[in-house]
Design a protein around this ligand. Structure first.
Ligand SMILES: NC(=O)c1ccc[n+]([C@@H]2O[C@H](COP(=O)([O-])OP(=O)(O)OC[C@H]3O[C@@H](n4cnc5c(N)ncnc54)[C@H](O)[C@@H]3O)[C@@H](O)[C@H]2O)c1
Length: 464
């Protein structure tokens, strides 16, 4: 593994030939255009990953085209653009001038015969679209995939598509660099999170490493496409398995009558060898809730039974049922059919307006299937699961049989709600500490006779 920082990145052809391999003029040209920030960069997919990435590329001085198939997304990107060198485009024909193309489109899962399975159709469609748009000028371009998928996908799925219509390595240098963006994280951004890079051949690996070393503090080159692909899927599956274990431990602690969250906090006082993970309503988001399925299928394709990951997936899929049981218990004998339930927070994690594969989705489906009447409130998400976010200020404790905290955005004090007569189930168990977190200190507002702590309400976030 090698790492090129901006200060020691190679700028000359001598640096290339020092690698001991033949270098074509085309590689020199592209290298110089990247080094000189003259390269035109197209970013395909302007969602949670693609838009901030394109903004950063433009900020670094590259002319940047942000392409998306969604009109509303393009309008939001145009409105949210902060850089003169960035332009949001809806027509793929505008990509003809690009030297570097980055693909950052979704890699979801879908229902298959044996459960959820990877769906690469969006990636393959995007690759086809991009290749069809490029002029047949024999110029070398760098095509980098950022989407998360199983090891072998760039080589065995993407490269054949490229090779079918372009000369792989001569007209298209193929790279892979997994995105590590963590929306809402104020400590680690795209810039100060190291970026792993890789390429189909040495030239592609070099150009990919060179490109990212222009835009992030540290680019780390992986020895192969497969190693870079596996890195990302390991990171996310590591998190997934640990959270599912936290969920299992949480069930165990409930049997014992102790708080798993408090125990985890105590364990985390050990300064080495322990990393805390907390159970909540379940695992959500487009990454952690999806990527393990890609790894699981890949492991099975490799002939492994993968029982640990399989058990984690089973735990994940059963979590909504566990929470439903807690709701039934907390209703205290009142039938779930006809029960009025208010969910607080439906995004997949605190502080952001992203509800993709949110645990609230499964929970609402489970509760509605049993005849419960479910509403929700989330200051970040105006509409969800066919409902509008209700206005907390107009509600009385008697309006609902139970209030369920699904995602703790830090604006509700559960104890105050309870003191005011609300029946509450806090799936995040965040009230166990007597010390309110800084996030819970905020502007005091009134809620139908209940004094609650509110933070200033964020505007609803779009496409960033
Ligand atoms: N969101 C995250 O926090 C995160 C973090 C790390 C990695 N990732 C990975 O990055 C990839 C992208 O995720 P995301 O969260 O940005 O997805 P997203 O859904 O927010 O954005 C993807 C965008 O791609 C667009 N798109 C789809 N097909 C297209 C096409 N053919 N041409 C042009 N645009 C097209 C969609 O309209 C959408 O705007 C995924 O593989 C994901 O696993 C995401």
């Amino acid at each position: 593994m090698t790492s090129i920082r901006p200060k020691d990145r190679p700028h000359t052809s001598a640096a290339l030939s020092a690698a001991g391999r033949p270098v074509t003029d085309q590689v020199h040209v592209l290298r110089d255009r990247i080094n000189g920030r003259q390269a035109v960069v197209g970013v395909v997919g302007q969602g949670y990953v693609g838009f901030p990435l394109a903004q950063r590329v433009a900020e670094c001085g590259f002319t940047t085209l942000g392409f998306d198939v969604n009109d509303a997304t393009i309008a939001r990107c145009a409105a949210g653009n902060r850089h003169r060198k960035y332009r949001a485009i809806r027509s793929v024909g505008d990509l003809t001038s690009v030297d570097v193309i980055i693909i950052a489109v979704p890699t979801p899962t879908r229902d298959g015969e044996a459960g959820r399975e990877p769906d690469l159709s969006v990636v393959t469609a995007a690759v086809h679209t991009v290749l069809a748009s490029l002029p047949d000028d024999r110029r070398l371009r760098l095509l980098i995939l950022e989407s998360t998928y199983a090891p072998g996908t760039t080589r065995n799925v993407v490269a054949p598509i490229v090779a079918a219509c372009r000369k792989l390595n001569r007209e298209i240098a193929l790279g892979y660099s997994p995105e590590r963006i963590d929306p809402g994280n104020t400590t680690y951004s795209l810039v100060n999170t190291p970026k792993v890079t890789s390429g189909y051949d040495e030239d592609a690996a070099f150009l990919t490493q060179l490109f990212y070393s222009q835009i992030v503090d540290q680019a780390v080159s992986a020895p192969s496409l497969e190693a870079a692909e596996a890195t990302k899927i390991l990171e996310n599956t590591f998190r997934f398995i640990n959270i599912t274990f936290a969920q299992e431990f949480d069930q165990y602690c409930e049997q014992l009558g102790i708080s798993a969250r408090e125990v985890t906090r105590l364990a985390a006082t050990k300064p080495f060898g322990f990393m805390p993970f907390y159970a909540g309503a379940g695992i959500g988001g487009h990454c952690i809730a999806e990527d393990p399925y890609y790894l699981h299928q890949s492991m099975q394709d490799a002939g492994l039974a993968a029982p640990i990951l399989g058990a984690a997936i089973a735990n994940h899929e059963a979590r909504a049922g566990v929470i439903r049981e807690r709701i039934v218990y907390r209703l205290g004998g009142r039938p779930i059919h006809g029960a009025r339930i208010l969910l607080l927070g439906v995004s997949y994690k605190p502080g952001i307006g992203d509800a993709r594969r949110s645990p609230a989705e499964l929970l609402i489906a489970e509760l509605a299937a049993e005849g419960a009447i479910v509403d929700y409130h989330d200051p970040y998400i105006a509409r969800f699961a066919g409902r509008d976010s209700v206005d907390l200020g107009s509600l009385q404790p008697t309006d609902y049989d139970l209030c369920v905290v699904v995602t703790d955005h830090g604006f509700v004090q559960v104890r105050r709600l309870e003191a005011a007569g609300w029946r509450v189930l806090d799936t995040t168990n965040s009230t166990v500490s007597d010390t309110p977190s800084p996030a819970k200190r905020g502007v005091l507002e009134r809620l139908s006779g209940v004094t609650r702590l509110l933070r200033p309400r964020p505007s609803i976030k779009v496409a960033s």
